[in-house]
Design a protein around this ligand. Structure first.
Ligand SMILES: Nc1ncnc2c1ncn2[C@@H]1O[C@H](COP(=O)(O)OP(=O)(O)OP(=O)(O)O)[C@@H](O)[C@H]1O
Length: 253
């Protein structure tokens, strides 16, 4: 089990009252799964993603990801967890405008103290993997929205996360470009990456192998694609981003 959420609540103080964004979420996700989280605006999807990525902590309940009890992590360990164990993809790509695509992909590896030659090689291979091998030296302003999102996805994979979390990854893109990102996520999952994707995009949700519906801070429906059992087998143990044959391991600390 890669993710285990048990009775997770998250309340925010707002003025004199409290907003309950999560009101008792219980959810298990295995390594290798591809989960879409859908539901009306304000139902708690982004809050759930933030809790899974150790960006936010539950008010009560437990969240275990990749063997760590996230509510109990010290701040320094939460930072390490975010850097090494999860990859984030956002609606707005948040690339550094002054850096090239390759340098953007290298950033999390530099932060994780991966040696320069190693991180350069891995960044180039990841860019090739997302179809941007020719664009490594381009800056974000020279790339289309879909290309920028692919750079952001390559960056999310840099430190071989156990889990990729995406919040409305097609929200800024037109339908055709959105489809390219949907196809890329599918390939990532085929290659062993566990994905949890929050989206209003029906096409993206349809492409996932499991759809979790939320409403008012709880999970109200959880549907798996039929035949997912066979597809899941064999993916669970890798927990890596892309096949080992394609991308070499970064030098460890
Ligand atoms: N930091 C915060 N302070 C106060 N209230 C918050 C905070 N973060 C979220 N909320 C509230 O918690 C509820 C759930 O918000 P959340 O962003 O998780 O919903 P969502 O399902 O992701 O919505 P959307 O689809 O519009 O992005 C909302 O009522 C929101 O206003």
């Amino acid at each position: 089990m890669l993710i285990r959420m048990l009775g997770v609540r998250r309340a925010f103080p707002l003025g004199g009252r409290t907003v309950e964004a999560l009101r008792g979420v219980t959810l298990d996700v295995d390594a290798g799964e591809y989960v879409a989280v859908v539901g009306p605006s304000g139902c708690g999807k982004s809050t759930m993603l933030n809790v899974l990525g150790a960006v936010d902590r539950p008010t009560s309940g437990t969240v275990t990801v990749d063997g760590r009890d996230l509510g109990a992590l010290r701040d320094r360990d939460a930072t390490e967890f975010r850097l090494r164990r999860v990859g984030f993809v956002f609606q707005r790509f948040y690339l550094m405008p002054t850096l090239t695509a390759r340098e953007n992909v290298e950033l999390p590896m530099a932060e994780a103290r991966v040696a320069r030659t190693e991180r350069r090689a891995r960044a180039l291979e990841l860019l090739a993997y997302v179809g941007l091998g020719e664009r490594a030296d381009h800056r974000p302003a020279q790339l289309s929205g879909g290309e920028q999102q692919r750079v952001a996805i390559a960056r999310a994979l840099a430190n071989r996360p156990a889990l990729v979390l995406a919040d409305e990854p097609t929200g800024e893109l037109d339908a055709r470009t959105g489809t390219e990102i949907i196809d890329l996520f599918h390939r990532l999952n085929d290659d062993g990456t566990t994905l949890v994707v929050v989206t209003h995009d029906e096409k993206l949700a349809d492409a996932a192998r499991r759809v979790v519906h939320m409403r008012d801070g709880v999970v109200v429906d959880d549907t798996r694609e039929s035949g997912v059992g066979t597809r899941d087998s064999g993916l669970g143990t890798r927990g890596g981003a892309v096949p080992e044959s394609q991308v070499p391991s970064p030098e460890s600390r």
